[in-house]
Design a binder for this molecule. Structure first.
Ligand code: FES
Length: 106
């Protein structure tokens, strides 16, 4: 299933992400620099911040308490649709999901 990553400048990258893989890992592996993922997905860096497009935000599981705690630490503006992309696990029914990346992660 495809994931649309949209950079702050509007540049869009579409990646095929395997179900079970998370959106941070897929982006870092493909060299999308707007997602840093410094901690490797262990919820200690908040450098994988994304804004999930409104059409998709409600279809994701609610953030865990640990994710909510780390969302307090994001470098860019935190919004209601802010999520940490290492905590978004790809599923078949998320095909086409759109995530927008902030202009800075740290
Ligand atoms: Fe560090 Fe997501 S990669 S919190």
């Amino acid at each position: 299933p495809n994931v649309h990553y949209i950079a702050h400048d509007g540049n869009e990258t579409v990646l095929e992400v395997e179900p079970g893989n998370n959106l941070m890992m897929a982006a870092v592996f493909e060299g999308i620099r707007e997602i840093e993922g410094i901690c490797g997905g262990c919820l200690s860096c908040a450098t994988c911040h994304v804004y999930v497009d409104a059409a998709w935000a409600d279809r994701l599981p609610q953030p865990s308490a640990d994710e909510l705690r780390m969302l307090d630490e994001v470098a860019a503006e935190r919004r209601p649709n802010s999520r940490l992309s290492c905590q978004i696990e790809m599923r078949e029914d998320l095909a086409g999901i759109v995530v927008r990346m902030p202009d800075h992660q740290s």
